[in-house]
Design a protein around this ligand. Structure first.
Ligand SMILES: [Zn+2]
Length: 81
């Protein structure tokens, strides 16, 4: 009982004593801390993010095409039956 109270107190103190970081932003790709005027922490993250965005765009186009094809197929089946 006493030991758990001590642990809670220690946790509370530790949380309140967190070292304040200077104002910063986070890398758009990996989330590392970066200065406010930078979007990425390194060039590799920039290129990785470009690749990820291209892939997401292609996935969205593929999904839209698949949706349109599905609607057309269902409409044709509906007309034929
Ligand atoms: Zn990064």
């Amino acid at each position: 009982m006493e030991e758990s109270e001590c642990l809670i107190e220690r946790t509370f103190i530790t949380t309140n004593m967190a070292i304040p970081l200077p104002d910063h932003d986070h890398c758009k790709f990996c989330g590392d801390a970066v200065p406010f005027d930078m979007a990425y922490c390194k060039e590799e993250c920039y290129w990785n993010d470009q690749t990820r965005m291209k892939k997401e765009k292609n996935d969205n186009i593929r999904f839209a095409v698949l949706t349109i094809v599905s609607v057309v197929v269902i409409a044709i089946i509906g007309i034929l039956i």
